[in-house]
Design a protein. Structure first.
Ligand code: SF4
Length: 300
């Protein structure tokens, strides 16, 4: 990789990094080893981040201050203000996700507050930790696995992870896409390591928004057997071994089968250049350096 830009190995590896390596190692190199991202606002990601912030503030403050019911609405308004401040701007009208406006964000959080309040009043769910960062050793493999769990909770006395998602695509198969899924397996394994207890699985709490539908809140459950967790560890270690080889060989191969995924890879222009000098110029012109830190961020 004959780039003149600074190459820095990720400090630790999480689902986003290893998943991108499995999609296309070259994309992972550009995104995580060079730390480059496009300058255009990614409205779905920003909308998801803002919604995550709302959920984080609600439960972190609630956990720290044991907020009484009379102050729940004040807490909601505080969290909502922080959320709105964090959202950069409404998308332009011609944007394909132009419906992800501040008004839609407010509606999403208002509805989330109703769900949050009903859950608290029912008394069946107890939040044990919110936005729990971790980096854990995988037995004696020499590898670690990192990430951030949105919530660790007890439901009717049983331990679950909850992961908040936002989406504009929810066909009939959405609920099935989490089995198998490396992020769900990794979080189930990590929650078990952190708690020392049996973890039932992950509640995928999803907010669905399209131009004409939403916000709608839906929850899906995804569970893992011991066999599935053992196999996840083997898969993860296989990815880590391949990463070590790529770093030793100083070559992160392109997977051109992924170029059309998600509406087309942003880095297509870079990969099309025929020299690394031209690629570096493309990266300087179209991206900024912004290194991923899983302790702060989360994909939606
Ligand atoms: S354009 Fe294709 S080969 Fe290049 S980084 Fe993207 S997915 Fe990989």
């Amino acid at each position: 990789m004959n780039t003149s830009l600074p190459v820095v190995s990720p400090r630790a590896f999480d689902f986003s990094t290893t998943n991108t390596v499995n999609q296309c190692a070259r994309k992972a190199f550009l995104q995580y080893w060079l730390g480059r991202r496009g300058t255009a606002v990614n409205y779905p990601i920003e909308f998801g981040n803002a919604y995550h912030l709302y959920r984080e503030v609600m439960d972190k403050v609630f956990l720290e201050k044991d907020t009484p019911e009379a102050q729940w609405h004040t807490l909601h308004e505080y969290a909502l203000n922080k959320t709105i401040e964090s959202y950069p701007e409404d998308p332009p009208l011609e944007h394909k996700k132009s419906f992800l406006t501040r008004i839609r964000l407010i509606e999403t959080c208002e509805q989330a507050f109703d769900v949050w309040r009903d859950e608290k009043l029912s008394g069946k769910t107890v939040i044990l930790a919110s936005e729990q960062s971790f980096e854990l050793a995988l037995d004696d493999t020499g590898y670690t696995y990192g990430g951030k769990i949105d919530q660790l909770l007890e439901m009717s006395g049983q331990l679950w992870v909850r992961d908040f998602k936002t989406t504009s695509y929810m066909g009939r198969t959405y609920g099935f896409k989490w089995d198998p899924n490396a992020q769900i397996s990794g979080y189930t394994w990590a929650a078990r390591e952190l708690s020392g207890r049996r973890v039932m699985g992950v509640i995928i709490s999803t907010v669905y928004n399209t131009k004409n539908i939403g916000p709608q809140h839906h929850s899906f459950l995804s569970t893992r057997s011991e066999f599935a967790l053992d196999e996840w560890k083997l898969d993860y270690c296989d990815t880590r071994r391949r990463i070590t080889l790529m770093e030793q060989d100083n070559y992160f191969p392109k997977n051109t089968s992924s170029c059309d995924d998600y509406g087309g890879c942003f880095f297509r222009g870079c990969c099309s250049m025929s020299t690394w000098i031209a690629r570096d110029e493309w990266l300087e012109d179209h991206t900024v350096e912004d290194r991923w830190d899983f302790m702060k961020g989360e994909d939606t």
